[in-house]
Design a protein around this ligand. Structure first.
Ligand SMILES: [Zn+2]
Length: 158
């Protein structure tokens, strides 16, 4: 990747990923006790800027030979998202993806695989912007570009 996009805030700023100590520090900073499960989930999610579903995180923990329930992972993610350590992105009613980059940013969303990828903020510009409702200000602008495979061009059969 040649993109220079790097999140300016949030825990996942260092290229090599935060150490366990930094994760524990982040949990403390957000008012959370660094329980084993919280540290494990945060470690997986915050190792690098990434997007993962709860199932992927669960699979990652189990791959390491640890026993953990689905409910524990879900609850842990909920708490981490509530406290602002990660961001929960609702792709559709049944699927949430957790994003380790907490500043607002844009995404490609592959509809087939469900994968989310960050878009370099410099690659999007607006030439027109709606008037905001009275008394309101924009807190964040986030664009999702949904992707599907190019459909084959229909060639009229001769
Ligand atoms: Zn993202």
């Amino acid at each position: 990747m040649t993109s220079e996009y790097s999140p300016q805030q949030g825990p996942a700023v260092s290229a090599e990923g935060p150490t366990r100590d930094r994760i524990i520090e982040q949990l403390h900073l957000h008012g959370l006790k660094p329980t084993h499960q919280r540290v494990r989930v945060a470690e997986i999610l915050m190792a690098a800027p990434t997007h993962m579903t709860a199932e992927q995180i669960l699979a990652e923990i189990r791959r390491a030979g640890e026993r953990v329930s689905k409910a524990t992972v879900y609850n842990t993610l909920k708490v981490l998202a509530q406290r602002g350590l990660v961001r929960q992105i609702h792709l559709d009613p049944e699927r949430s993806v957790y994003d380790s980059t907490i500043v607002p940013h844009h995404h490609f969303h592959d509809l087939e695989t469900g994968e989310l990828r960050d878009i370099d903020p410099n690659d999007i510009a607006f030439s027109r912007f709606p008037t905001l409702p009275e008394g309101m200000e924009a807190e964040a602008i986030e664009v999702v570009i949904r992707l599907r495979k190019k459909r084959p061009v229909e060639t009229p059969s001769a």
